[in-house]
Design a protein around this ligand. Structure first.
Ligand code: BGC
Length: 416
């Protein structure tokens, strides 16, 4: 079994006088997909924090929201025997790598700092494998959010839509204003992010049966057809250039008032904040109509790969830095997410951040917290990708709602 350095030994390595071990311990190579303006600012909070602890940063960014491309690059790196020190990862991907025996062990720092008591069990499900800590969760995001340009909303009467019908009425008003009603980027993970919210808007039980339990009747049934009908309706409100657009460029359309709304996880708020925009004044955040009280979450975690003993020391320092409550507040204020610990004050967060923290705690308590299908917290990548494929083909008009529901059921069955 791998032997881990004690915290005293780590400190000794860090203040070492420049030997090989000391040099290695002072660096982390981090693979991630945080390449937008808001994401880069958040990452900077982490880089700077580690610098103060004597750890330098080798950046390995792989652009592509949702991390699909990053996971492909990671596979090649690990297969080549050259795993990065730490990797941004989502839910079931972490568990899959743990099953392959590729991940390290953070038990020592987790025990010393009492992570078991402060990190919610919904996250621990992915941070631990076989009873051992394998990843350090940095945040909690959720996908059932709507980001609205405040001036456009005011012009449309100022009322936040509470039902599907009210949402459609608002989108029609945006059309009348001459702006693009929905800012969207046609990439499979973005289509899937909207689909998370649309499926959830048809009921918690439906979301649970379809995406968590993978019940064939829910996947191929009448309600799923209705979900696809709703996707077709939403598709009629995007602009002609939506195909392939990056999510942060879609956020920019709302920020600049060229579009009315974006349906996106709360990393979008990172873009609004980066642009100097304020919730309640410049933009409005709300849960997708019909999903208030429920949260489809995903958590970015830094999974630590099995590396040499010197690098293990740096991994433990990095993991400890990530779980520090002050860091959790500073980082997540910029990222748009909620802290990964339950004991972090919401004082520094804006109104949307406060709502995110409150919604999460309540959903956890009420049993209405579900893993996001689109962001790897409902199923392993094989199933997730099978769902992406059908959702995107349907969104682009290649499948009718009836065909899509049938295909969804069959594709999930084959991928399970
Ligand atoms: C991650 C976020 C990231 C977003 C867009 C999500 O899967 O959890 O941290 O900002 O993708 O890249």
């Amino acid at each position: 079994m791998r032997k881990f350095l004690t915290m005293t030994a780590i400190a000794a390595v860090m203040v070492g006088t420049g030997g090989m071990a000391a040099k290695a311990a002072e660096n982390v190579e981090v693979l991630h997909w945080w390449t937008s303006g808001g994401e880069a600012s958040a990452l900077d909070v982490l880089k700077k924090d580690l610098e103060t602890k004597g750890i330098s940063w080798t950046d390995m960014p792989v652009a592509g929201g949702g991390g699909t491309e990053a996971m492909t690059v990671l596979r090649a790196r690990v297969t080549g025997g050259n795993a990065p020190t730490a990797v941004q990862m989502l839910g079931f991907d972490i568990v899959d790598w743990a099953k392959e025996g590729a991940l390290g062990n953070l038990d020592e720092v987790a025990a010393k700092e009492g992570w078991d008591k402060v990190i919610p069990s919904a996250l621990q499900k992915f941070s631990k494998y076989d009873g051992h800590w394998i990843a350090a969760p940095v945040n909690v995001h959720s996908t059932n959010w709507v980001w609205i340009n405040k001036a456009a909303l005011d012009k449309a009467g100022g009322k936040q839509p509470e039902s599907w019908e009210e949402l459609i009425a608002l989108l029609d008003k945006f059309k009348e204003q001459g702006i693009t009603p929905i800012a969207h980027g046609g990439q499979p993970w973005q289509d899937a992010t909207i689909f998370d919210a649309v499926v959830l808007s048809l009921g918690n039980d439906f979301y649970n049966q379809a995406f968590i339990e993978l019940n064939p009747d829910a996947l191929g049934g009448a309600k799923m057809k209705e979900a696809f009908d709703r996707m077709t309706k939403l598709r009629s409100y995007v602009d002609d250039n939506f195909s392939g657009r990056d999510w942060n460029l879609a956020s920019a359309m709302v920020i600049e008032g060229k579009a009315g709304v974006q349906f996106m996880g709360d990393w979008a708020k990172g873009e609004f904040v980066k642009a100097g925009k304020k919730p309640g004044t410049d933009f409005v955040c709300m849960r997708f109509p019909g999903t208030q009280g429920t949260v489809t979450f995903n958590s970015d975690q830094f999974a630590m790969f099995k590396v040499s003993a010197e690098k293990t020391a740096a991994q433990l320092v990095m993991a400890s830095a990530i779980e520090n409550p002050a860091f959790q507040s500073a980082f997540n204020v910029v990222k748009g997410s909620a802290p990964a610990r339950t004991d972090v004050s919401d004082a520094a967060f804006d109104d949307c951040g406060k709502k995110a923290i409150k919604d999460l705690a309540e959903a956890d308590k009420n049993g209405t917290l579900f893993g996001s299908m689109a962001h790897g917290h409902a199923n392993p990548a094989s199933v997730k990708n099978a769902i992406y494929d059908v959702v995107t083909r349907q969104f682009n008009g290649e499948l009718s709602s009836d065909e899509a529901a049938e295909e969804l059921k069959a594709a999930v069955e084959a991928a399970k």
